[in-house]
Design a protein around this ligand. Structure first.
Ligand SMILES: [Fe+2]
Length: 242
């Protein structure tokens, strides 16, 4: 893909179950740039019971990675973010700067337990939107309470949520299942963002090629451009996404 902006990945090393060193992060970034990724919002996990990195550690890791990347891969842009495992005090921690929105915008990448019930997810979306944030539901294909339920996804979108699916899930949807949820979501144009959710340079690498083939098959050209570029650019400008 051309000039792809990845809004969900675990490239920032040492803070979660993603990259473990700057060297590994650079290997991931080399793959990413080879796939046409030119801008990256790094989103290490943030959850109170695990991965609660201190602010200083994040900034140190981010600066070190930016420095290494500027030498190895000049031209690649990086921004700060988190993938936040939703918890009740999330607003306080966002305001204190303990955890981060995406690239300093009002957009927040949120995840839940895969067995979280629908009412809780809906309540989380309502809480965040009421406080002026724009929640993006990370890898929406994973949640049992949303699976194959287009009405629930549409309701969450109506409440102000944006929907992200993983590139690997798009690739697998075409290969493994004839009528997968991801394919339904794409055909129903309920997805706002494709992202890599890359964790390493191997099985969970920042690869987009297989996904791109499926998207070209299933999506209108204008819609494809929105979910692989247009929406990401609006996000970085903190503009409203339909
Ligand atoms: Fe993730």
């Amino acid at each position: 893909m051309n000039n792809f902006i990845d809004i969900h990945n675990h490239t920032l090393p040492g803070l979660d179950d993603g990259a473990r060193s700057v060297d590994q992060a650079l290997s991931m970034l080399r793959i990413a740039t080879g796939q046409g990724i030119t801008e990256i919002i790094v989103t290490p996990h943030y959850r109170p019971d695990r991965y609660r990195e201190k602010r200083k550690e994040y900034q140190k890791a981010f600066q070190a990675l930016c420095l290494a990347a500027s030498k190895a891969l000049p031209g690649l842009k990086m921004y700060e973010g988190n993938e936040i495992y939703f918890f009740q005090d999330v607003i306080e921690e966002l305001e204190s700067g303990a955890c981060r929105t995406l690239a300093g915008t009002d957009y927040v990448l949120i995840e839940f337990s895969t067995i979280q019930h629908y009412g809780y997810i809906k309540g989380a979306v309502e809480l965040l939107t009421n406080e002026g944030y724009r929640p993006i539901l990370a890898h929406v294909e994973r949640y049992k309470s949303l699976n194959n339920n287009m009405e629930r996804i549409a309701e969450l979108v109506d409440l102000g949520a944006l929907i992200q699916v993983n590139a690997h899930a798009v690739e697998d949807a075409g290969r493994l299942f004839k009528t997968s949820f991801v394919k339904q979501l794409l055909k129903g144009e309920l997805v706002h963002f494709i992202a890599t959710d890359a964790h390493d340079e191997d099985k969970r690498a920042p690869v987009l090629d297989g996904c791109e083939k499926r998207l070209k098959k299933w999506c209108r050209e204008t819609y494809l451009r929105q979910i692989t570029g247009g929406n990401q650019r609006l996000l970085l400008q903190n503009r409203y996404i339909d």
